[in-house]
Design a protein around this ligand. Structure first.
Ligand SMILES: NC(=O)c1ccc[n+]([C@@H]2O[C@H](COP(=O)([O-])OP(=O)(O)OC[C@H]3O[C@@H](n4cnc5c(N)ncnc54)[C@H](OP(=O)(O)O)[C@@H]3O)[C@@H](O)[C@H]2O)c1
Length: 289
């Protein structure tokens, strides 16, 4: 074994040890706060603490008795979520309470964080917008992450909706997940009639599985899960990145730069498909939800 490899192994072992010591010191710190001061008691305390969290979550799974309708919007900080926030002023709409959450409230790829969020908000209805999204280049570059992150988020949200007795879940699909070779006009019955375009297959298959699981959860548990399929959306709060964003905001940004710098406005690709005719401004979209 080369010395550099030994060093790497040593470093990894050291790192592992450091991680263990971090956990122990965190447990000790927690225990100290609650008045126990040896390691065994500290571990017992930590287990009890975890148990406490689990018990609280079990409590939260019981149906609400306050008669409130609480609509939780995941992805509430994104383009579509912010547009819905503008429609639902002050977090109230009739007798409904609306709660908009972003990734800072919980990383929905993580089931524990998702359960904790559901236990805190106790939603009766969920609009699930959170997703790992992007334009063509991002889709081509991160196919694996598009599949994994979206599948993880969708799985956590759907499972929690079932566990916490959510009355209705509406998730968001996209027209770009339809088969590459299809006939127009398209409708929801044609979603699985062929492979999606290769460029966004990670994203497309993860999104398509929402449609499959909507039916599975209904057949097995009677859950009312459904989804909407918007076309490309653009507008306020969009991601205007030329590399990572969608086509319309990307074109707007390029146009602005060309005007500002007095340079050519170069458009990639061909005009076989006109993106403007396939895109919807957010103001026409947000009321639909
Ligand atoms: N934009 C379109 O053209 C279009 C078209 C059809 C369908 N859709 C669908 O519409 C939905 C919303 O899209 P959008 O354009 O509004 O997207 P966006 O602006 O990129 O917003 C994505 C949202 O997801 C949240 N998010 C991302 N990763 C997360 C994680 N690990 N845990 C928790 N939250 C996470 C983000 O939270 P933070 O910002 O707090 O990190 C943000 O609120 C998506 O499901 C998308 O597939 C969009």
């Amino acid at each position: 074994m080369k010395s550099s490899t030994i060093e790497t192994v040593k470093t990894e072992r050291e790192r592992e040890r450091e991680r263990e010591m971090n956990v122990v010191s965190k447990v000790q710190e927690l225990a100290k706060k609650s008045g126990v001061n040896n390691v065994d008691d500290a571990i017992a305390f930590a287990l009890g603490y975890k148990e406490g969290v689990r018990v609280r979550q079990e409590e939260a799974k019981k149906p609400r008795t306050d008669g409130k309708n609480v609509v939780m919007v995941t992805g509430g900080t994104g383009l579509v979520g912010m547009a819905i926030q503008e429609v639902v002023k002050d977090g109230k709409q009739g007798d409904e309470e609306w709660v908009f959450v972003g990734s800072k409230d919980a990383d929905l790829r993580n089931i524990d964080e998702t359960r904790a969020l559901f236990a805190k908000v106790r939603p009766t209805h969920v609009i699930h917008l959170a997703a790992f999204v992007g334009g063509l280049f991002r889709n081509l570059k991160y196919k694996t992450e598009f599949w994994r992150y979206n599948t993880q988020m969708n799985d956590s949200v759907m499972l929690c909706c079932k566990e916490f007795g959510v009355k209705k879940l509406v998730s968001c699909l996209s027209t770009c997940i339809f088969p590459d070779k299809t006939t127009y006009p398209i409708n929801e019955t044609m979603l699985h009639d062929g492979a999606p375009h290769k460029s966004n297959e990670g994203y497309a298959y993860a999104k398509r599985m929402i449609d499959v699981l909507n039916r599975c959860y209904n057949a097995q548990y009677g859950c009312k899960f459904t989804s909407v399929i918007p076309t490309n959306i653009y507008g306020k709060y969009d991601n205007f990145s030329i590399q990572d964003g969608h086509v319309i905001p990307g074109l707007m940004h390029k146009c602005l730069l060309a005007k500002k710098n007095g340079t050519d406005f170069t458009v990639w690709g061909t005009v076989r498909y006109l993106p403007f005719s396939l895109s919807l401004h957010i103001s026409n979209h947000n009321h639909i939800f």
